[in-house]
Design a protein around this ligand. Structure first.
Ligand code: MN
Length: 305
């Protein structure tokens, strides 16, 4: 059967739909795949969300190693809570990724990259997320580019410590560039014990945006409902705030709804089966569309299909 593009339209108001992660394996590492979900393909332009770890990395060994592979029509966003990785891409970028630093690679018509584990000097762990942002039709055939941001704006509100990965929160604006209006916040939720009990903290949201939340550590009450790692709560649109209580760490993300049906196949985001075939064929033939990753440790990944 030929694959078909699909789209899940945004809810036209606030909802609270919990989708359990699917288990997947990326180069031997177990991940919780939160997006896409059969019932929720995108949240804003976010179209892929893998949460990996925490996985122990004993001293002298390295974390996840992903050999050179191609992308098109999307941006990859790597955000680590613990551990280190080394990014190499076909533009010649070689960049160490550490917790608190944002790695943003825009594929456009084509790019390839490798994500290498770094040998740990002491016992540690690998913990993070890999997200993809679908590029709109207007930019998806543009030039590839790579951005790395060593420091991002942080905001401290009562009971919340927020890092703005992309988009803005109040006057704090991330330097990351996105093709559509988008936001992602890494939020540490601290228990706020007051005489009346546990008081929730309030995270402002833009009501024009679609939003979703995932707990990556601990247990957090979102709008009074308990949420743990391994699930994505889709929040719909029309919310100007989110109540958060408990103790843990969450990723809140979303943006302007993407009004385009996407076809996702392997590492490609395209619009129809012919484009998907062309992308596979170019990578298999190594015809230059996706460039070459110099200095990578592993062999190019050739998918089975
Ligand atoms: Mn990749």
């Amino acid at each position: 059967m030929r694959p078909k593009p699909s789209r899940t339209p945004p809810a036209d108001g606030p909802v609270f739909e919990v989708f359990d992660a699917r288990s997947a394996t990326v180069e031997g590492t177990a991940v919780r795949r939160l997006l896409p979900h059969p019932r929720r393909r995108t949240v804003g332009a976010w179209c892929f969300f893998d949460h990996f770890g925490p996985k122990p990395i004993p001293a002298g060994t390295r974390g996840m190693d992903v050999a050179p592979h191609p992308h098109c029509g999307l941006a990859t966003v790597t955000w680590l809570f613990a551990g280190e990785a080394l990014h190499r891409d076909s533009l010649g970028s070689v960049q160490r990724i550490r917790p608190g630093q944002l790695n943003w690679m825009t594929a456009g018509r084509g790019i390839s990259h490798a994500e290498e584990g770094v040998i740990a000097e002491v016992d540690g762990e690998m913990h993070g997320v890999q997200l993809w942002v679908a590029q709109p039709d207007t930019t998806r055939n543009g030039d590839p580019r790579f951005e790395h941001h060593e420091a991002l704006p942080e905001l401290h509100r009562e009971g919340l410590d927020v890092t703005v990965l992309v988009g803005a929160l109040g006057s704090a604006r991330s330097p990351a560039r996105s093709d559509t209006a988008l936001f992602a916040y890494d939020v540490r939720v601290g228990g706020r014990l007051t005489p009346g009990g546990l008081t929730p903290s309030v995270l402002p949201l833009d009501p024009a945006f679609e939003a979703a939340i995932a707990v990556v550590e601990g247990a957090v009450e979102v709008e009074g409902r308990g949420l743990s790692p391994g699930a994505l709560a889709y929040l719909g649109t029309g919310r100007d705030a989110l109540s958060l209580a408990g103790s843990g760490r969450v990723l809140v993300l979303g943006g302007e709804p993407l009004d385009e049906a996407l076809l996702m196949g392997w590492n490609f985001v395209v619009r129809d089966a012919a484009e998907l075939d062309a992308a596979f064929a170019s990578w298999e033939a190594d015809d230059g569309r996706f460039g070459t990753v110099d200095g990578a440790r592993g062999e190019r990944i050739i998918p089975k299909r």
